[in-house]
Write a protein that binds this ligand. Structure first.
Ligand code: FAD
Ligand code: SF4
Ligand code: SF4
Length: 405
C-alpha cells in the first residue's frame, strides 16, 4: 500500500508526532493537532497538495535508514547504533542537575553550546499555553533553558519549528526524542539552510510518548479534575523526581515510578514499533543511569555518537559544565534493558503487520533479524501473536479517519 502524504502516515498509525512535516510543507498545507487519545498528528488541507513529497522525505514515522560504520558493524552498533564514547555523570551546576530529568546533562550541554561555542539558542520542548499541552520553544538564556529542563511525558513536536534554526544568525542546538533527532537528520538532507545552521543535536532516551489522554486520566485517578490543573511537571527536581500539578493552588504529587507505570499504557502503537530508543541519529544522546543510585541526585548516561558530539562532550567537561566519567557499552544495557528488549522483539512485531498486509515502517541497517534470533521461543511467540492480537483488538486493520484541517 503506497503512502502518498503524511495524512496516510497518520491514518495508518505510523506517525511519531515529531512535527517535521508541518515545517517541510512549503505551501503550509500541513497543520498539527493533538489528537487526545493518540498524539500530535498532521492534518493536510485538501486540494492544493503538489505531491512534492517533501513531507514524506523528512518523516521518521515511515522509516529510518542507518548507514554502516567503516569496517562493519560490531555488537554494540547492532544494539545501540554509532557510539564513539560512553560516559556517566551529571551537570556540575547544582541547579541544573536538580531541575534536570536525569543528571541535567542535556541542559548543561545546551548552556555550554550557548555560553562557550557561540550558539544563538536551543530549539526544544517546554510547557504549553494550557495545562495539558506542550509547545516548541526557542530558548536563548539560562533562565529560559532552566524553565524547560525536565522530561514531559506527553506529545511534543519540536521539529515543527526547524524554521527558527534556519533563520537564526548563528548555529542553534536541537534537543528532542530519538524520532525528532532522526527527523532533523532527514530534513537537513533536503534543506541546506537547516543543515548549515543546526549546530548539533541532543536526543533523549525514549520508551514512548503517552497520549494527552494518559495525563488527563492520571490526574483523574488521583481524585482531581483536569480543568483545575495548572503547572504540570512530569519529573525533575530530584531524581527520579515526582509527577506534580497545582490543583486550585494546592500541590498534587505522585512518584515518577507510579506516574510512568500509569502513563505507559497510553503509548501509541508506533512507539512499540520504534527501533531507536537511544537517539542513534543525534550527535549526543542522554538517558537515565537507572543502574546507579546517588542519594536522590540524578545521573545521566551520555553517548557521543559523532565527532561533533565527542568534541562538545569533551569541551563541556573541560569547561566545567559536566562531571562525567568514561563508561562502556555494558552500562547502557544495564541501565536500559527494556529498550534492548523492545528492539529485539521488533522483527516479530513487524512480521505481524506484514502478515496482515498492513503498512509498516521500513527500517534499514538496524540488524533487527539478528537481534531477534537469540530470543527464546516464548518471547518470539509473544511478540508475533501479541502484536496480531493488538492489531485486531485495537482496530488497526482499518485506517483511522482523521478530519481534514
Ligand atoms: C517521552 C519520553 C520518554 C522517555 N523514556 C526514557 C527511557 O526509556 N529511558 C530513559 O533513560 N529516559 C527516558 N526519558 C527521559 C530522558 O532520557 C531524560 O530526559 C534524559 O536522560 C535527559 O535528561 P537530562 O537530565 O539530561 O535532561 P534535562 O536537562 O532535564 O533536559 C531535558 C530536555 O528534554 C526536552 N524535552 C522534554 N520533554 C520532551 C519531549 N516530550 N519531547 C522532546 N523533548 C523534550 C526539554 O526541552 C529539555 O531540553 C524519556 C523522556 C521522554 C520525554
Ligand atoms: S512522524 Fe513527524 S513528519 Fe511523519 S507524519 Fe508524523 S509528525 Fe509528520
Ligand atoms: S518511542 Fe520512538 S517513535 Fe515513540 S516517541 Fe520515542 S523515539 Fe519517538
Amino acid at each position: 500500500m503506497r503512502l502518498k502524504t503524511v495524512r496516510d502516515v497518520a491514518e495508518w498509525r505510523l506517525c511519531a508526532g515529531c512535527g517535521a512535516c508541518a515545517y517541510a510543507c512549503r505551501d503550509k498545507l500541513v497543520s498539527l493537532k493533538d489528537v487526545f487519545d493518540d498524539g500530535i498528528r498532521p492534518f493536510v488541507a485538501e486540494g492544493d497538495c503538489r505531491d512534492c513529497t517533501d513531507c514524506l522525505q523528512v518523516c521518521p514515522g515511515i522509516g529510518l535508514s542507518r548507514s554502516l560504520p567503516q569496517g562493519g558493524a560490531n555488537g554494540a552498533f547492532e544494539k545501540w547504533g554509532p557510539i564513539l564514547s560512553v560516559w556517566e555523570g551529571y551537570a556540575i551546576d547544582e541547579e541544573v542537575r536538580f531541575r534536570g530529568s536525569s543528571g541535567g546533562a542535556a541542559t548543561a550541554i545546551a548552556l555550554y553550546c550557548m555560553e562557550e561555542l557561540g550558539f544563538v539558542g536551543v530549539l526544544h520542548t517546554g510547557a504549553g499555553d494550557t495545562a495539558l499541552s506542550n509547545k516548541t520553544h526557542y530558548s536563548a538564556s539560562r533562565e529560559e533553558l532552566l524553565a524547560r529542563a525536565g522530561s514531559r511525558y506527553s506529545p511534543a513536536s519540536p521539529c515543527d519549528s526547524f524554521g527558527l534554526i534556519e533563520s537564526a544568525e548563528r548555529p542553534s542546538l536541537f534537543i528532542g526524542k530519538p524520532c525528532d533527532a532522526a527527523a532533523l537528520r532527514k530534513a537537513a538532507g533536503i534543506r541546506p539552510a537547516l543543515k548549515e545552521k543546526a549546530g548539533a543535536s541532543v536526543a533523549l532516551f525514549c520508551a514512548g510518548t503517552p497520549s494527552t489522554k494518559g495525563t488527563a486520566e492520571l490526574i483523574n485517578s488521583l481524585g482531581a479534575e483536569v480543568a483545575d490543573a495548572r503547572e504540570i511537571r512530569y519529573r525533575g527536581r530530584g531524581w527520579p523526581g515526582v509527577f506534580s500539578a497545582r490543583i486550585k493552588g494546592a500541590p498534587l504529587e505522585v512518584s515518577y515510578r507510579e506516574a510512568w507505570s500509569f502513563l505507559q499504557k497510553y503509548r501509541p502503537y508506533r512507539c512499540h514499533l520504534c527501533p531507536d530508543g537511544t537517539g542513534e541519529f543525534a550527535d549526543i544522546s542522554c538517558g537515565d543511569a537507572w543502574h546507579r543510585e546517588d542519594g536522590g541526585m540524578g545521573r545521566s548516561i551520555v553517548l557521543a555518537r559523532t565527532m561533533r558530539g565527542q568534541e562538545i562532550v569533551e569541551g563541556a567537561i573541560r569547561a566545567g559544565y559536566l562531571k562525567l566519567e568514561r563508561s562502556n557499552e555494558g552500562a547502557i544495557a544495564a541501565a536500559q534493558p527494556n529498550l534492548l528488549e523492545k528492539k529485539s522483539a521488533l522483527w516479530g512485531r513487524l512480521l505481524a503487520f506484514r502478515v496482515f498486509t498492513l503498512p509498516s515502517p521500513a527500517f534499514n541497517g538496524f540488524f533487527l533479524r539478528r537481534l531477534w534470533k537469540p530470543l527464546g521461543t516464548k518471547e518470539k511467540v509473544r511478540a508475533v501473536l501479541g502484536t496480531a492480537r493488538r492489531i485486531v483488538r485495537r482496530g488497526y486493520l482499518k485506517r483511522k479517519s482523521f478530519i481534514s484541517a
